[in-house]
Design a protein around this ligand. Structure first.
Ligand code: SF4
Ligand code: SF4
Length: 394
């Protein structure tokens, strides 16, 4: 058993847990499902390709939400395991849409893990207001601190000088880094209420187990996304992984470009340019795929799209497209269009990164942490049981 609790212990802890009577209605605000129709048959858990013994979802999550067990829900690592393939929704006899429920519960968890109660999901005004404020902030920095506008010969680093890029980058990096760490600490506290092993003393063996589990999660779930491959059709898998790698590739290309120009790092200028082109194609393809699927609305996972998901996809697409346009305008030496596109590109990237710890982007951190904690907890539980068995034998 993953949690190490016996059944009576589990029932007792559920009975003593704090109940939030408005939990289900709060989750409903950030999704579209009808879990009140659920009659607890368990079809969804049986059909889910990722659910396994000891980590049953989505039925267990649905139960927590319907009875208001907020702490139980937020401390469940399983919340982050779902890849929203929609299989459970397809087979639900009550049309309760458990897949959409899982996505909404995850948005709710992102909301609850935000430090300082920052919540991008609380309303459309909050969501678009935050994006508008961040855009305005960066646009003002570009407007006030821009350098020379050379119309004859496009020079992006003269238009926005290095120290401006440095300052804006430092503000963004500090905010995003601090927010991500603070949110992960909040999430870890939730997870620790539920999982074993997290509080075991750190010695060489536990440190090694933790590092090995972390390595496996990074390779399997971040780099190649094995479980996503297991649970969904291959086209969707490739579109998803191209978005992840495409965005990461653009970040690396931009950093290399900056290092070469600003600090004279001895690398060929072709390296960031070629990497940028490949990564841009990947990002545009991946985001267009999901936009098309959502417009088509045939697949279970694409029948409802939360407005924040629409915005996220459109912003990703704009990042990719403006990246290509920028290359084109630099190539043809059209300074006005190049500087305008460059500004728009930077503003959208800034929007995505500054809000990342509080939006869908955050699952890129929460999911590995949840899977890592689960994996480590299972390893710790198994070795504790093994040690106990050996001690009894001796
Ligand atoms: S399949 Fe539908 S009705 Fe059955 S437990 Fe899952 S959500 Fe409820
Ligand atoms: S959407 Fe797919 S992965 Fe998520 S709970 Fe349903 S069947 Fe499992």
């Amino acid at each position: 058993m993953a949690t190490g609790d016996t059944k009576p212990q589990k029932e007792a802890s559920e009975m003593t847990a704090t109940v939030n009577p408005t939990l289900l209605s709060e989750i409903k605000k950030v999704g579209a499902f009808d879990i009140s129709a659920c009659f607890n048959c368990g079809n969804c858990t049986a059909i889910c390709p990722l659910s396994k013994e000891g980590e049953e979802f989505p039925r267990k999550m649905i139960r927590y939400a319907t009875v208001g067990l907020e702490d139980k829900l937020l401390s469940s690592a399983e919340l982050w395991s779902c890849d929203y393939c929609g299989e459970c929704t397809k087979t639900c006899p009550r049309d309760a849409d458990p897949g959409a429920f899982m996505m909404a519960a995850r948005r709710y968890a992102i909301q609850k893990c935000g430090w300082g109660k920052i919540s991008m999901y609380s309303s459309k005004t909050m969501f678009y207001g935050s994006l508008a404020a961040i855009s305005l902030f960066l646009a003002s920095i570009i407007f006030i601190f821009h350098g020379q506008i050379s119309l004859g010969n496009v020079d992006l680093f003269s238009f926005i000088p290095m120290d401006t890029v440095d300052r804006a980058g430092m503000i963004m990096g500090a905010f995003v880094g601090i927010s991500a760490i603070a949110n992960l600490i909040i999430m870890k506290k939730y997870l620790s209420k539920h999982l074993n092993g997290s509080s075991s003393s750190l010695n060489a063996r536990t440190a090694y187990s933790k590092l090995a589990a972390l390595g496996r999660v990074i390779v399997d779930e971040v780099a190649i996304q094995k479980s996503f491959h297991t649970c969904t059709d291959h086209n969707r898998y490739w579109a998803h992984i191209l978005i992840v790698w495409g965005f990461a590739g653009l970040m690396v290309a931009t950093t290399l470009d900056y290092m070469i120009d600003a600090y004279g790092v001895p690398l060929s200028m072709y390296l960031p340019r070629d990497l940028g082109i490949v990564a841009g194609v990947a990002l545009v393809y991946g985001s267009l795929y999901f936009i098309y699927k959502r417009i088509e609305g045939k697949e279970e996972y694409a029948t409802f799209t939360h407005f924040t998901d629409w915005t996220f996809l459109i912003l990703l697409l704009v990042v990719g497209v403006t990246g290509f346009l920028l290359d084109l305008f630099v190539l043809v030496d059209n300074a006005i269009l190049a500087y305008a596109t460059y500004s728009l590109h930077l503003i959208i990237v800034f929007d995505l990164l500054m809000t990342a710890p509080f939006t869908k982007f955050a699952h890129a951190l929460y999911r590995p942490l949840a899977l890592w904690s689960t994996e480590y907890s299972q390893t710790a539980t198994s070795s504790a049981l093994l040690q106990e068995a050996v001690a009894k034998t001796v």
